[in-house]
Write a protein that binds this ligand. Structure first.
Ligand code: PLP
Length: 378
């Protein structure tokens, strides 16, 4: 693992080895004609086996996978989908593509994931789906969410884009709801550049998803150019699947490195008693995809100023997600005050796979300089 640019500490960078290069070389040389889906099939088989689900469909993005999961569930105009305030914009976008309405629900102060109690308050006769999002590697309270879904006859799409490798009560996240969706974007735990994957145990959901994501074509149809219904184009390429496949085969190594980076931060930051980091309930394994710090309300941190300071030191950082309902295209949900407060107080720290303990030391030193050096900031 070598740094491509020593001078700048990157927020994220994948870990590419000879294994990925070998698969891509093979795909680029031989993955055509009769072999044009070999790595796609291999990826789907290995991913579903890893997650102990029966079916998987690789896609061109997680956004596409979410869109297709909703369509395969028959979601459309007049329906409501419950999702957290704190997540990426792809979640409400996919809902809106179907004509349904996203309903933003507040998150829990400790996990930063959707609060099951507040899901209950948001359910209406129009609600059809709950979309819990395992944010930054943290894990949602899945038992409570599944109980609510059962009680109100709702479907659950687990967004595990940021939590590949996280577990809830010994089950891989993404495999607990009716289906799960993951991202292979370049910043994610495992990457294919761009890409995603959908998993489920529901045969009907799998069949409908599979047909919809490939222009409405039925896999066993013998006629060429003969879609059976109106569909979409969200297929992954064999080349991308080759990279993702190699990464999935190295998942344990990738998760271990993210854990190592997280604990380097946690140990070096433990003397600061006014910050919180990614939470891990006792029944959860957090992949720690994105080490994140949230400052106590009492500290009155100027998050953007700290980010500028780190930037000057050659360190990338990113703000905690903006509450989705604060974005220009949505209407503010005032009662989601935990999300609004967390968002102002949180930043996430570099966790590119090449980072060493010295790099993390350097980053923590810079944070401490900002917080404690004169003029006193806290
Ligand atoms: C929580 C979450 N869901 C969905 C997505 C969408 O993934 P993709 O970029 O593969 O469409 C992302 C990507 O950043 C994400 O963070």
């Amino acid at each position: 693992m070598s740094k491509t640019k020593k001078t700048r500490i990157r927020i994220a960078q994948p870990w590419i080895t000879e294994h990925e290069i070998q698969y891509v070389n093979d795909a680029v040389k031989n993955g055509w004609g009769n072999h044009s889906s070999d790595y796609i099939k291999k990826l789907e088989k290995e991913f579903s086996s890893l997650h102990k689900t029966q079916y998987a469909v690789a896609t061109s993005s997680c956004t596409g996978a979410t869109h297709m999961a909703l369509k395969a569930m028959g979601i459309g105009s007049g329906d409501e989908v419950i999702l957290p305030e704190i997540t990426w914009a792809s979640c409400p976008s996919a809902v809106i593509y179907t004509g349904a309405k996203p309903v933003f629900v507040d998150v829990k102060e400790n996990t930063w994931c959707i609060d099951p109690k507040k899901i209950l308050e948001a359910i209406t006769p129009k609600t059809k789906v709950i979309m819990p999002v395992h944010v930054y590697g943290n894990v949602c309270e899945m038992d409570e969410i599944m109980k609510i879904a059962d009680r109100f006859d709702l479907k659950v799409i687990e967004d595990a884009a940021e939590a590949l490798g996280s577990e809830y009560k010994d089950q891989k996240v993404g495999s607990i709801g009716d289906c799960g969706v993951f991202s292979f974007h370049g910043t994610k735990m495992a990457t294919s550049g761009e890409g995603g994957i959908f998993i489920t145990n529901n045969k009907k959901l799998f069949d409908d998803f599979n047909i919809l994501h490939d222009q409405g074509r039925i896999p066993e149809e013998e006629k060429f150019f003969y879609p059976h219904k109106l569909g979409y184009k969200y297929k992954i390429s064999n080349l991308q699947a080759a990279i993702a496949c190699a990464q999935i085969e190295r998942l344990e190594e990738l998760v271990n490195k993210k854990n190592q980076i997280f604990y380097w931060y946690k140990n070096l930051l433990q003397d600061i008693n006014f910050i919180d980091m990614n939470h891990q309930q006792e029944y959860v394994k957090n992949s720690y995809w994105m080490p994140t710090i949230v400052f106590d309300k009492s500290v009155n941190i100027n998050r953007d100023d700290l980010m500028k300071y780190l930037d000057k030191k050659g360190i990338d950082s990113r703000p905690f997600f903006y509450p989705l309902s604060s974005l220009p295209m949505f209407k503010k949900v005032k009662k989601n005050n935990i999300s609004y407060s967390l968002s102002n107080r949180g930043i996430y720290l570099p966790s590119a796979f090449y980072l060493s303990k010295e790099d993390i030391n350097y980053i923590v030193e810079a944070i401490k300089e900002y917080l404690f050096d004169k003029p006193l900031r806290v």
